[in-house]
Write a protein that binds this ligand. Structure first.
Ligand SMILES: Cc1cc2nc3c(=O)[nH]c(=O)nc-3n(C[C@H](O)[C@H](O)[C@H](O)COP(=O)(O)OP(=O)(O)OC[C@H]3O[C@@H](n4cnc5c(N)ncnc54)[C@H](O)[C@@H]3O)c2cc1C
Length: 381
């Protein structure tokens, strides 16, 4: 395994850093406050080729290897995790599901524009009664001639307002558990679809997270992704990519917490000395530094494994769980170092702290990852 940043990666990372600092940083506080996703910045990102990620060039992607992709996402998340999420849409669960299981027509219609950055995708799996227990979903799909009729409600779905298409899941046989779950590609303006973003969220404020109601939505059978009953497999085989993206966002955010805390500790003076001179503050800086380096290594190891063409089921879980837990601790410590100023929205650290919490919940809650890692280790899976 070689984790040194290669010459060919430097150009992409330099460009991402410049874009993040010059274009995103001046605006992030404002759009976060207004709970608005900056579609104009996303279009700029697309022009720079930063939305295509690991998707092959033949399908509009950038054809990056997973390590370059992970480093690029970290770089962007240091400034804004929501914009970094946009760099993962094609390479995450939405895009990769279509790449692996889509027909050629579905790839051309849905994957190509996503990879080119022509519009967001929404991945709609979670329902009101449960997010973790996917197999107990209540959304139903009933075959009607050449169509399916979908009914159900999905909640906590990100990019629900400006998405250009939606990958969702419904059961064709409620008694069959995961074997009944089937994936569908929907277009947001189809009759029977209602989308309502939640407002005043604690974190992920620009990400248009909300409710998707499906009432007698007629979906052509040609918009079924994969076979009937293959939905659970589709969702689970693409989550590794989703988890790599989330873990990379966490690493970038840890670096931001470390840098913000370092700068503050060097300049804030109490009792005649910078607080950075105090061992209790230094201890927090040390923990953040170690968290950053170790989380980054786990993420790069997962990316390396994917680059070998292997599955990375356990590593992706470890990277996501470890990086998001480490991020939560780093954000907490960085907030503490900021004292009262952590409470001010004139300082950035509060945003990282608010967003950090939900990194422990999305793409599988950390309790689910903890269970999965142990079950593999114990031979129960
Ligand atoms: C900001 C944000 C954005 C999101 N975006 C999306 C999206 O785009 N698409 C989408 O489909 N979903 C999305 N989600 C939903 C997210 O995936 C779910 O919240 C997550 O899967 C957990 O589901 P839940 O909230 O229903 O919690 P539950 O499954 O009800 O779990 C509640 C608590 O119990 C714990 N728990 C559950 N089962 C077990 C178990 N077997 N063992 C131990 N502990 C357990 C969980 O870890 C959690 O702490 C988003 C959520 C948030 C907060």
């Amino acid at each position: 395994m070689d984790f040194a940043v290669k010459e060919e990666q430097t150009a992409i990372l330099d460009m991402t850093r410049r874009f993040s600092r010059e274009r995103i940083r001046p605006r992030v506080r404002e759009y976060d406050r207004e709970e608005r996703f900056p579609l104009d910045l996303y279009a700029e990102m697309a022009q720079l080729g930063l939305t295509g990620g690991v998707i092959p060039e033949q399908y509009g992607g950038a054809g990056m290897d997973h390590q370059t992709y992970a480093l690029m996402v970290m770089e962007m998340a240091e400034t804004c995790q929501a914009m970094a999420a946009a760099a993962t849409w094609a390479s995450g669960v939405g895009g990769v599901s279509v790449l692996r299981f889509g027909t050629e027509e579905q790839k051309q219609k849905y994957l190509v524009p996503l990879a080119k950055g022509e519009g967001p995708v929404a991945f709609a799996l979670t329902e009101t009664h449960t997010g973790s227990d996917v197999a107990s979903m209540k959304t139903r799909a009933v075959r009607d001639g050449d169509d399916y009729i979908l009914n159900g409600t999905k909640v906590w779905i990100s990019m629900i307002e400006s998405c250009k298409w939606i990958l969702t899941f419904a059961t064709v046989d409620a008694g069959a558990g995961r074997k009944g779950i089937t994936a569908f590609l929907l277009e947001p303006d189809w009759p029977g679809i209602t989308r309502t973003p939640f407002k005043n969220k604690v974190g992920f404020r620009p990400m248009e997270t909300g409710e998707l109601v499906l009432q007698d939505v007629r979906v052509p059978a040609s918009n079924r992704l994969g076979a009937e009953g293959e939905g659970f497999k589709i969702a689970m085989s693409s989550v590794e990519n989703g988890r790599l993206g989330v873990a990379s966002r966490c690493v970038g955010m840890i670096r931001a917490c470390l840098n913000l805390a370092t700068e503050y500790a060097q300049t804030r003076t109490t009792f005649g000395e910078p607080i950075g001179k105090r061992q209790l503050v230094q201890s927090k800086i040390t923990d953040m530094k170690v968290a950053y380096e170790t989380a980054r290594l786990l993420v790069l190891q997962t990316a390396w494994q994917k680059d070998q063409g292997d599955r990375a089921r356990v590593n992706a879980s470890m990277a996501k769980m470890y990086a998001s837990d480490a991020l939560m601790r780093a954000a907490e410590d960085a907030m503490q170092i900021h004292g009262a100023y952590g409470c001010s929205d004139e300082y950035d650290i509060g945003r990282y702290w608010r967003d950090a919490k939900f990194m422990q919940t999305i793409e599988g809650s950390n309790e689910i990852h903890r269970t999965l890692i142990a079950e593999y280790q114990l031979g129960y899976r």
